[in-house]
Design a protein around this ligand. Structure first.
Ligand code: ADP
Ligand code: MG
Length: 247
């Protein structure tokens, strides 16, 4: 395990979230350290997306606390939520670009979310920089329908990078991609960290991706942390449930 720093950037304590009778998160405690790539593993429907939606404030948790930097998201004021949004980039499952907008418009929209005034030139420079970082500067005036699955993921990441987030949350960044493209996206996650010094939570089932990016892994099961450790510790664990992920 390559721990990069002891500074905690996201601190989650005893987090609970239900939808009606469905207990999705049932007391999750975990920390994300500065510059760390933390992989969250869990079977489909185990609450991984719900967890990161709670971290970015798209869903409100029921109990426990989520602290991002110095902001506790429980009862957070709108003004502070904007500060948290500026710190945290979220790459949605499926990249989810707005299909009726060009790449430039998609990235401009992402910039508008942080509610800062930028000149036209500044906006253009930021967009060009973000697209260069994902290796797609020529896609600027394309529509999402003109892009391949891998390119859409890259543009999704550029849209996240345009605000220079300190923390990036990747929701299944390689799911549905062929192995070569999937490996390129895993490399891009690592290159992004080298360039931006960001911390990341990466949700994935893709063991090739886990092997390429993980500094540390947290597995969730039945709404709780089932195991936490390095890739090596997971690979050496004889527990049948854990092994089922690594076959
Ligand atoms: P995954 O680990 O596959 O990302 P999710 O976090 O998307 O799983 O979902 C966990 C559970 O919570 C699922 O049973 C899902 O149906 C349920 N769920 C997620 N979002 C909502 C919602 N907004 N309303 C009701 N149920 C939801
Ligand atoms: Mg999900």
């Amino acid at each position: 395990m390559k721990k990069q720093s002891n500074k905690v950037v996201i601190d989650i304590k005893n987090l609970k979230k239900s939808f009606g009778d469905l207990k999705v998160l049932d007391g999750i405690t975990l920390q994300l350290y500065e510059k760390e790539n933390l992989v969250v593993l869990g079977k489909s429907g185990s609450g991984k997306s719900v967890l990161i939606k709670c971290i970015v404030g798209l869903l409100k948790h029921d109990k426990g606390s989520i602290t991002v930097g110095k902001h506790d998201l429980t009862d957070i004021e709108e003004e502070d939520l904007i500060k948290v949004r500026k710190k945290t980039g979220f790459l949605f499952q499926g990249a989810a670009l707005y299909d009726s907008m060009t790449v430039r418009e998609n990235l401009t929209f992402a910039l508008s979310r942080i509610k800062e005034k930028f000149s036209k030139e500044e906006i253009n420079d930021k967009i060009v920089e973000a697209l260069e970082n994902v290796g797609l500067p020529d896609a600027i005036d394309k529509m999402p329908s003109e892009l391949s699955g891998g390119m859409k993921k890259r543009i999704g990441l550029a849209r996240t990078l345009v605000v220079h987030p300190e923390i990036i949350l990747y929701d299944e960044p390689t799911t549905g991609l062929d192995p070569i493209t999937s490996n390129e996206i895993s490399s891009l996650i690592n290159e992004t960290r080298s360039k931006f010094n960001n911390s990341s939570i990466i949700i994935t089932h893709d063991i090739n991706c886990v092997k390429r990016v993980a500094d540390r892994i947290v597995m969730i099961k039945d709404g709780k942390v089932y195991k936490e450790g390095s890739l090596e510790e997971f690979l050496n664990d004889e527990d049948a449930y854990i092994q089922s992920f690594f076959k």
